[in-house]
Design a binder for this molecule. Structure first.
Ligand code: NAD
Length: 525
């Protein structure tokens, strides 16, 4: 296996990196709707009920028909996983790490198709889809490298006594994935437990099931055995909840909304008569992420970073900016320049490479965001124009900037998950930190400042799992910026960081008295 490295993102201003886009989109489109079956032990399950998902930018185009996995499919997946667990978990770790590395290589080989599929299924622009895929590749390589270190264990031996501290896979891991990073998050959430030797039941998000199926098949093709990796599409409240409740599932690896994450934690904490363990739950949830712009900040940098952080993938990132906390002294200048920048964002179909803003994921999501816009219409400072043509074609929401004084307003407290951002004014840097921390969430945060004392204070005091100074707050890079929050943003180990894999492992101490071995005769000869 090679040493870990981050896969670079292609530069789409070069013709050689662009020429594939149109024909690949047409190729993927010609296969619509993609049928997404439940797959257990490599076998597609027939006759399950189905649901449809449409292209967010072209609502009449059905991209996906996903199966609704049922209880008997789940029971079957669990039975087969248990039966074959030891064959996978006792494999030479090098074989599993090399399979994982291969998954990364195969994703790289298929990245054009995957990019086009993500674009059509979720409405991501090409550069955003590329970043998603590159991160998926990085997760495979990084977890493979990390596991090579972890699996060596640790020895502390004395004469007559051997002590070995090692790790064993926990068993069956239920992966419940979101749609907003349909490649990176899903791949990382499966790659981690698999490389450690666990069996995985994958429950993809309803809105990105075809992308999930594409990736699932690459895992199998790269060498992950059918018997320990099963694909269970369907509704969260049905098959997702059933996986969470199942007594044979040892770990729930969840990324998604706070509401669902908290309900999973509650369920996992219960010890029922059939329980054989306290179920471990990793829950990566939402954020209400702030950026503070200090009085002396470089405003060129701050405007660009805030724009990218608030509106990348239409604000549908857990790390997205939603509270812009501006020092009084730069408020008006920043505001003028920021609004100019927002008004220049090109809203269009993600099939157009120059589009910066595409649609939101579903009609339900659009409606939810429209309700927020109506409720807070008096505080809207700027709203981009949406053409009638785009409105009729897809689930578009105009990028909107609010200006608010009330720190108890939903604009200051609730996660919206859309292209909405609010400006707040503060008098001092200390007040800015206090307000930034006045949140139930602690996921990402940013500070733009040229004052070393303020920067140091921010590093000490700001409550965020990922703090960024003088740069955008989205786009964490595997290994360099392990990602994840605390408070009500999550409980788990940071994805793409050195603690992640241990969540899927049981630490074991093995002590052997070697003074009087007394081995049986046939074994000694
Ligand atoms: P969601 O919670 O609705 O869905 C996530 C997954 O959970 C889906 O697969 C869904 O089918 C499943 N699910 C839904 N109800 C369930 C239930 N009762 N039991 C079990 N599973 C269930 O979230 P979403 O709308 O897909 O994603 C958006 C949210 O995810 C936002 O809040 C965002 O901040 C968060 N998110 C967090 C991170 C992070 O790393 N912290 C990353 C991406 C997204």
């Amino acid at each position: 296996m090679q040493n870990f490295y981050n896969e670079p993102i292609r530069n789409f201003s070069k013709e050689e990196h662009r020429s594939w886009i149109f024909p690949t989109i047409q190729k993927i489109r010609s296969g619509f709707p993609i049928f997404v079956p439940s797959i257990v032990n490599g076998v597609e399950i027939q006759n399950l009920a189905k649901e449809k998902h449409a292209n967010p930018a072209k609502k009449e185009e059905i991209t996906t028909e996903y199966s609704l996995s049922d209880h008997s499919t789940l029971e079957n997946a669990i039975r087969i996983s248990k039966k074959h667990f030891y064959r996978w978990s006792e494999l030479d770790p090098k074989e599993r790490t090399s399979i994982l590395w291969n998954v990364g290589t195969m994703i790289l080989e298929k990245r054009n198709e995957l990019c086009a599929l993500i674009l059509l299924e979720t409405g991501k622009t090409i550069p955003e889809a590329e970043a998603d895929i590159v991160e998926a590749i990085d997760f495979c390589r990084y977890y493979a490298k990390e596991y090579e270190g972890i699996c060596k264990g640790r020895r502390v031996d004395l004469p007559g006594e051997e002590n070995f501290y090692t790790y064993k896979p926990k068993g069956i891991v239920g992966v419940i994935a979101p749609w907003n990073f349909p490649a990176a998050i899903l791949t990382g959430m499966c790659a981690g437990p698999l490389v450690c030797g666990n069996a995985v039941l994958l429950k993809p998000a309803e809105q990105s099931s075809a992308t999930a199926l594409f990736l699932f098949r690459l895992f199998l093709k790269a060498g992950v055995p059918n018997e320990v990796f099963h694909f269970l599409p369907g509704k969260g409240e049905e098959i997702g909840a059933a996986i969470v409740k199942h007594p044979e599932v040892a770990v729930i690896n969840f990324t998604g909304s706070r509401e669902v994450g908290v309900s999973i934690l509650r369920e996992c904490a219960q010890v029922r008569s059939e329980s054989r363990r306290i179920k471990r739950a990793l829950c990566e949830m939402g954020g209400k992420n702030p950026i503070i712009v200090d009085g002396d900040a470089d405003l060129d940098l701050a405007v660009e970073g805030a724009l990218h952080s608030a509106f990348g993938f239409q604000g549908q990132k857990c790390s997205a900016l939603s509270r812009l906390i501006l020092l009084d002294s730069c408020y008006e200048t920043f505001k003028t320049r920021f609004l100019e920048a927002v008004s220049s964002l090109k809203i269009d179909s993600p099939e157009i490479l120059s589009a910066k803003i595409g649609p939101v994921i579903t009609e339900e999501s659009r409606q939810r965001l429209e309700n927020i816009l109506t409720k807070h219409k008096d505080t809207i400072l700027f709203q981009a124009d949406l053409s009638e043509d785009l409105k009729s074609k897809g689930h578009y929401v105009p990028p909107t900037v609010f200006e608010e004084k009330d720190w108890n307003s939903d604009l200051a407290t609730k996660e919206f998950f859309g292209p909405l951002v609010t400006l707040f004014r503060v008098k001092t840097f200390d007040e800015a930190i206090e307000k930034a921390n006045d949140s139930e969430y602690a996921l990402t945060a940013g500070v733009y400042s040229r004052n070393p004392e303020h920067i140091e204070k921010a590093k000490r005091r700001i409550e965020a799992g990922n703090l960024y100074i003088n740069r955008a707050i989205t786009g964490a890079v595997v290994e360099r910026q392990p990602f994840g929050g605390y408070k009500l943003s999550g409980v788990g180990a940071k994805a793409g960081g050195p603690d992640y894999l241990k969540s899927f492992l049981e630490p074991i101490t093995i002590t052997e008295n070697t003074m009087r071995r007394g081995f049986t005769a046939e074994l000694i000869q």
